[in-house]
Design a protein around this ligand. Structure first.
Ligand code: ATP
Ligand code: MG
Length: 390
């Protein structure tokens, strides 16, 4: 039996004049995601994209798995394709949905007749097909309010489609529709989740990671690359910038008061991330911070960090609890990598008693005792760049 996947979009349907651009980008992203599984045709009609394989033996479960990670799709259904003849639709439905109907207790039929030339109207299709299903599966009862199974019949221009199982898509907007931003990614739980959340809003992601060998190991960097690799299944290829940060951290340790170490370090990270963003055409920074999580994430500390920022800084986790963040990290499969115990440069030279409520003036005075500009320049120049591929 021939099958097809229907991908229904959510928010894109509300777009006005530029809806076409969003649709084209969504199809481009879907095509890329499915490329390893063969070639597919994409046909769009009424807020739905019809995905059809050009190869008979396609594994549609695998196709669904891939499409579940494409932002911009609200609902996915696997559907059977029939000729537009009522008898054929009925026979096909019994066969296609046999397992589902066998194990259900209640059902209803919904019909959508987009092709008005089809001789039966929607209510008639529902009534007639519903009656026939009851004859075939006498244990079933009709429940129009709260059915276990909704059998949907769509009569479109070329074919009729029947489906019963709706799967949640990833939601959001197609990646690339909202420009590009630079994710400050560490090996922790939070920052990959922050990247995922911005990608969901259509933002294309680049990533910057700071390393401090020999205080941080090669293995720690590999862990971060693995996290980014996980993110690529949602946001496509990621340009990955790895910044040598040892010299700067040692200079902070040798020249600045200990209680301000972390905030000064974060200001220098932001400065370097901005320089790289300018080169990489990123329009904003993204971090995994959440209010009050650690000393450098109090409102005052965040204000000190933001004081050096010339571009918007997005912190999508800002109001979330750790348990909520962990839930998402499990869903996107980054959690198990994140909890591997490797060091991060943020945990090198951490002060015993960090100042939780620094003022911008205090921090500037503490930082100005040393001229970091040459070191910042050098770190930018010596940054290694690679593309982490989907
Ligand atoms: P995460 O769980 O994201 O690793 P964290 O809980 O360890 O973060 P901090 O160490 O305070 O929190 O870091 C706050 C944010 O700073 C991170 O979410 C991340 O965006 C950024 N960050 C921390 N360390 C690095 C690093 N080595 N390279 C790049 N960005 C970093
Ligand atoms: Mg954190």
């Amino acid at each position: 039996m021939k099958e097809i996947i229907l991908a229904k979009y959510g928010e894109i349907a509300l777009k006005g004049l530029n809806k076409n651009t969003f649709e084209n980008l969504l199809i481009k992203n879907m095509r890329r995601r499915l490329a390893p599984l063969g070639s597919f045709s994409f046909d769009r009609q009424q807020s739905t994209i019809y995905v059809e394989s050009e190869d008979e033996n396609t594994d549609y479960d695998a196709v669904l798995e891939k499409l579940k990670t494409v932002f911009g799709i609200a609902v996915l259904c696997r559907a059977a394709v029939f000729e537009k003849e009522f008898e054929k639709i009925c026979e096909g439905t019994y066969e296609y949905l046999a397992d589902t109907l066998e194990y259900a207790r209640t059902f209803k039929v919904e019909a959508k007749r987009a092709d008005k030339r089809f001789p039966m109207k929607s209510p008639e299709i529902c009534c007639e097909l519903g009656g026939r299903i009851l004859e075939k599966f006498p244990h079933l009862k009709v429940d129009v309010k709260n059915p276990e199974v909704t059998v949907t019949v769509e009569i479109r221009d070329t074919n009729a489609y029947v489906h019963a199982v709706k799967i949640h898509g990833a939601g959001g907007l197609p990646v690339g529709s909202s420009g590009k931003a630079m994710l400050l990614v560490s090996g922790g739980i939070d920052s990959p989740v922050a990247g995922y959340m911005m990608a969901k809003r259509g933002v294309h992601i680049s990533a910057v990671h700071f390393v401090s060998p020999p205080y941080t190991s090669e293995r720690a960097r590999i862990k971060v690359e693995q996290l980014c690799e996980k993110l690529t299944s949602y946001c496509g290829n990621i340009s990955f910038f790895c910044v040598p940060f040892t010299e700067i951290q040692e200079a902070i340790k040798d020249n600045c008061p200990e209680e301000y170490f972390t905030v000064i370090m974060r200001r220098l990270m932001m400065e370097i991330a901005q320089r790289l963003s300018e080169k990489d055409e990123c329009l904003a920074l993204i971090t995994g911070e959440s209010v009050g999580q650690v000393a450098s994430q109090t409102l005052k500390a965040i204000a000190c960090t933001d004081a050096v920022c010339r571009m918007p800084v997005f912190r999508p986790l800002i109001g979330m609890d750790k348990t909520e963040i962990i839930e998402i990290s499990r869903k996107i499969d980054t959690f198990d990598i994140s909890i591997q115990p490797y060091e991060d440069c943020c945990t090198v030279f951490t002060p015993k008693h960090p100042k939780t409520k620094p003022t911008i003036e205090e921090i500037e005075n503490a930082q100005n005792s040393f001229d970091f500009s040459k070191m910042v320049e050098k770190a930018v120049e010596e940054t290694e760049i690679k593309v982490i591929k989907f």
